[in-house]
Ligand binder design. Structure first.
Ligand SMILES: [Ca+2]
Length: 321
C-alpha cells in the first residue's frame, strides 16, 4: 500500500507550520532499544549503514494520487492489467476461494489490489527499505514521525522474521511484497496462508492473498455489502460532495433532501454513505460510496485509489462471468 500518498501534498504544504522535532539518530536508538528491547549496538550498526536517498524524497512529493481522476484511472485500468488479473485469478482460484470463505472478502477485490499495487508481483519496488525509511524518518519533516515509527517496526519485523536488514527491498515509502505492506501492516496483518510456518509476502502469492484479505477483514469489510454505485448526471450532487472518505450521511437523509438514489437490494435506508466527486476532462462524475469503499481507502488513503480498485474489481468480475 502506498499509504497516505494522496495527502502527502497537502501535508507538505503545512510542513513549515508543523515541523516536527526530529531526534538525533542516537536519541532514536535509545528510544527503540527501550521500547522494543532491541540491541543498541545492533541498531547503531544498522543505522550507520543507512543512506539518504534523494530519489525517495522526490518520489514522495509526486504521488499519483495528486493527479485528477481522468489522468489517474488510465494508469490502472488497462487491458494488460485485466488480462494479467484474470490469469492470476485462474492460477490461484482455490486460494482466493479459501480467502473469500475465511475473511468474507470477494476474490475480485483481492485480485484488484494485488494488480494495482504490483502488477501481480512484477513491480514490488527496488528501493532499500532501510534507506527509504531512514531518509523519510530523518529528512522529510512533514511525515518524519510516521516514517521513524515505521523504521522501528521494520527493525522489529526483520528481527522477528530473520531478515537481512540491508537486503530488504520495497517502494520509496518502504512498502513490501505483492500487496505492498508497510512494516507495521506486515507485523499486524500478514498471515501464513499456506501453512508452511512463514509469513512470506515477498515471494509467496498464497500468503499475499490471505494477508490482503485479512487486512480488509480487520478493517471491517462487510461481506455481501456494496462498495459504490454511480449517480445520475443530473443530480445536483456537487452540493453534497465533500473532501473526506468516511460515510457521513445515510441514504435516508439524502432521499429526504430530495436526492434520487439508485436502488440496491442489500441496503436499508439507514445505511451510511458518502457522495464522491471525480474530476473528468469536461466536468465531473459522482458516486455513492459505502462503508466498504471506506475500507479500501484504509489500504491507501485516497478516494481515487479506492475507485480505481473498485472499477478494476468490477472489470475482473464481469470478465469472469
Ligand atoms: Ca506461508
Amino acid at each position: 500500500m502506498r499509504l497516505l500518498a494522496g495527502i502527502a501534498l497537502s501535508i507538505f504544504s503545512m510542513s513549515l507550520a508543523a515541523q516536527d522535532n526530529i531526534p538525533s539518530v542516537d536519541e532514536f536508538i535509545e528510544e527503540q532499544a527501550q521500547q522494543h528491547n532491541l540491541d543498541k549496538a545492533q541498531l547503531k550498526q544498522w543505522l550507520t549503514s543507512a543512506k539518504v536517498n534523494d530519489d525517495v524524497l522526490e518520489a514522495i512529493q509526486r504521488p499519483w494520487e495528486a493527479k485528477p481522476w481522468y489522468q489517474y484511472y488510465p494508469i490502472f485500468l488497462t487491458e494488460k492489467r485485466l488480462k494479467a488479473g484474470l490469469k492470476f485469478w485462474k492460477k490461484h482460484e482455490a486460494t482466493l476461494q479459501k480467502a473469500e470463505q475465511k475473511y468474507g472478502v470477494p476474490a475480485q477485490i483481492i485480485v484488484a489490489i494485488i494488480g494495482v499495487e504490483t502488477f501481480y508481483g512484477n513491480y514490488m519496488g527496488k528501493y532499500s527499505v532501510l534507506d527509504s525509511l531512514y531518509t523519510l524518518g530523518f529528512h522529510y519533516p512533514p511525515r518524519a514521525k510516521f516514517f521513524r515509527s515505521e523504521l522501528g517496526e521494520f527493525f522489529q519485523l526483520a528481527s522477528e522474521e530473520g531478515w537481512d536488514i540491508n537486503s530488504a527491498k520495497g517502494s520509496y515509502a518502504g512498502a513490501m511484497g505483492y500487496g505492498q505492506f508497510i512494516s507495521s501492516s506486515y507485523r499486524y496483518y500478514a498471515v501464513d496462508f499456506d501453512g508452511d510456518g512463514e509469513r512470506n509476502l515477498l515471494t509467496n502469492p498464497v500468503d499475499a492473498i490471505g494477508s490482503v484479505a485479512n487486512y480488509f477483514a480487520k478493517h471491517k469489510w462487510q461481506a455481501g455489502q456494496p462498495v459504490a454505485q454511480p449517480l445520475s448526471d443530473d443530480g445536483n450532487w456537487s452540493t453534497v460532495a465533500s473532501e473526506g472518505m468516511k460515510p457521513n450521511t445515510s441514504r435516508k437523509e439524502l432521499v429526504d433532501k430530495g436526492f434520487d438514489l439508485p436502488n440496491h437490494e442489500a441496503v436499508s435506508p439507514e445505511t451510511n454513505v458518502r457522495v464522491f466527486e471525480f474530476e473528468t476532462e469536461e466536468s465531473a462524475e459522482y458516486w455513492l460510496g459505502y462503508d466498504n469503499f471506506y475500507v479500501i481507502t484504509r489500504y491507501n488513503h485516497s478516494p481515487l485509489y479506492a475507485m480505481a480498485v473498485y472499477q478494476f474489481s468490477e472489470q475482473l468480475r464481469n470478465a469472469r462471468q
